[in-house]
Design a protein around this ligand. Structure first.
Ligand SMILES: Cc1ncc(COP(=O)(O)O)c(C=O)c1O
Length: 492
């Protein structure tokens, strides 16, 4: 079957792929794990294929292909800047992903910087700020009960930080050092869209800078750094339908320029002697090593394609699908949707839920094995927020940590998340709702067990054959071992 989107700018590579199910035969794969990593846009895959024959070294290559590749790389940078509404003098540094981008900014903070972060963040926007190599201090603020609470908490914390002295967490405030407020643009756990304009106003009113983790924002909503007063923005190509290994940090150039590079090596320098190094200006200064030209090009094409489709309409469609999904799921006895702020707040297309009586991993495994539905489960790299949503106190968290330290395998808390993208339809959401209703009412239609090899819930047995793909015969870790065994059996 040819996808309804074939030939349109929204066409997704692999949207029609059928996957095996344990009960026999195949079904169209329903990809509802787009927030983790989005499939490639057709424009992106075709664009990369078109550019590939022209691929050559960038920057110092004098050959014609090098000139072409260099130009494409720089055009990609500008496409990314335009897509997020970056200012003309903002640095656009091509990184590996959002994590890399935030670590880069963390490494460039001036001495005595204080970073204010809410406890809802993805670990990518939580851990780099406490990394030993950066020059600041991070202060975590509690999960806000509402956008108004968020702004009030932030305002109070900024006032306290400006005043100096001891912080409530017992650490010495940085006093007159710079302050950076770093928040997500949209939650990867609950889908809530954060009030960026209000956060920016509050931060700037206290002389702080504002950084947005746009991993979940950029693919789903229009972003305008200049309009919304966003000083820094981090994003990932693989969440933007360009899974070719590039990301970006866009923002004010001074901190990134006044510090030593995050990575040291070729490309980041102007002149080197055995006892000295003269660093290059931005963006080269923060792009040491050979850059990911094709990844940047893929990301640039994705930005242009999404802008052409219209981010406003993508956001409106996702909001409608979110309401549909929450409506369907909430009507199923035993299914509970996790939200921080409630449905009156805008959301991206992402819903996290629990099914009473089932481990989150088991639900995800059933959806995959019997219904060909791909979702994500666990804590979504946001442990503190999940502990909050699951009402787990410090004692329970400590007990899990201690059990892990003792080498035990405690059941880890978590939930199931479905997340939507350009190709998601209401029928996809209905497929999940119908499957959950049947699980809640009648239980699974297959047997499942926690695999001792992976610690994950898996169908037992798992008769699904492995697709014939490159590297399929290569040795892999335990997660794929049973699939390879199944393939070998089928082929013989
Ligand atoms: C909100 C958020 N921030 C940061 C990240 C990290 O992105 P990456 O793994 O591409 O660095 C993710 C990934 O899921 C995310 O959802």
């Amino acid at each position: 079957m040819r996808s309804a989107l074939a030939g349109s700018p929204r066409e997704i590579v692999g949207a029609d792929i059928e996957v095996p199910v344990v009960t026999g035969g195949t079904r169209r794969y329903v990809n509802l794990d787009v927030a983790a990593s989005a499939p490639a846009l057709r424009t992106v895959a075709d664009g990369v294929a078109e550019v590939l024959p022209w691929y050559a070294s960038v920057h110092r290559g004098a050959g014609f292909k090098s000139r072409v590749s260099t130009e494409l790389y720089e055009r990609a940078r500008e496409a990314i800047r335009a897509f997020v509404g970056g200012r003309p003098d903002d640095a656009v540094v091509i990184t590996r992903n959002t994590t890399d981008a935030i670590n880069l900014l963390a490494s460039a903070l001036p001495e005595r910087t204080t970073v204010l972060v809410f406890a809802v963040e993805h670990h990518a926007n939580m851990l780099p700020w406490r990394h030993g190599t950066h020059h600041g201090r991070v202060r975590y603020l509690p999960v806000p009960a509402s956008p108004d609470d968020l702004v009030a908490q932030l305002d109070a914390a900024l006032r306290e930080e400006r005043a100096g002295g001891m912080a409530p967490d017992g650490t010495e405030r940085a006093g007159r050092g710079p302050i950076l407020v770093s928040t997500t643009g949209a939650s990867n756990v609950t889908g809530e869209i954060w009030p960026l304009g209000r956060i920016s106003e509050t931060a700037h009113a206290h002389g702080a800078r504002f950084m947005v983790d746009a991993a979940q924002l950029a693919p789903h909503l229009p972003v305008d750094m200049a309009r919304d007063g966003i000083d820094y923005l981090a994003m990932s190509g693989h969440k933007l339908y360009a899974p070719y290994g590039a990301g970006a940090l866009v923002g004010r150039h001074d901190w990134l320029e006044e510090t030593e590079p995050f990575l040291w090596g070729g490309g980041a320098v102007r002149f080197v002697t055995l006892d000295d190094v003269m660093w290059a200006p931005l963006p080269d200064r923060q792009e040491a090593g050979s850059p990911n030209v094709l990844g940047a090009v893929a990301m640039g094409i994705a930005c242009e394609t999404l802008a052409g489709i219209g981010m406003e309409s993508i956001a409106a469609e996702e909001l409608a699908m979110h309401a549909h999904a929450v409506g369907r799921l909430s009507a199923i006895p035993g299914v509970r949707v996790h939200l921080t702020w409630g449905l009156d707040q805008p959301h991206i297309g992402l819903v996290t839920f629990a099914v009473d009586g089932y481990d989150h991993g088991e639900v995800a495994s059933i959806l995959s094995a019997e219904h060909a539905i791909g979702v994500r489960h666990g804590c979504f790299c946001a442990h503190p927020l999940m502990l909050h949503l699951l009402h787990m106190d410090d004692g329970s968290a400590a007990a899990i940590r201690e059990a892990l330290r003792a080498g035990e395998s405690p059941a880890l808390p978590g939930a199931v998340r479905m997340s939507f993208g350009l190709a998601t339809t209401e029928a996809d959401i209905d497929a999940v709702a119908d499957a959950l209703a049947s699980i809640a009412a009648d239980g699974p239609g297959w047997t499942y067990a926690v695999s001792p090899a992976t610690g994950e819930w898996e169908p037992d047995p798992d008769p699904r054959p492995w697709p014939a793909l490159p590297l399929a015969a290569a040795p892999v870790g335990p997660a794929g071992a049973h699939l390879l065994r199944a393939t070998a059996g089928e082929a013989s």
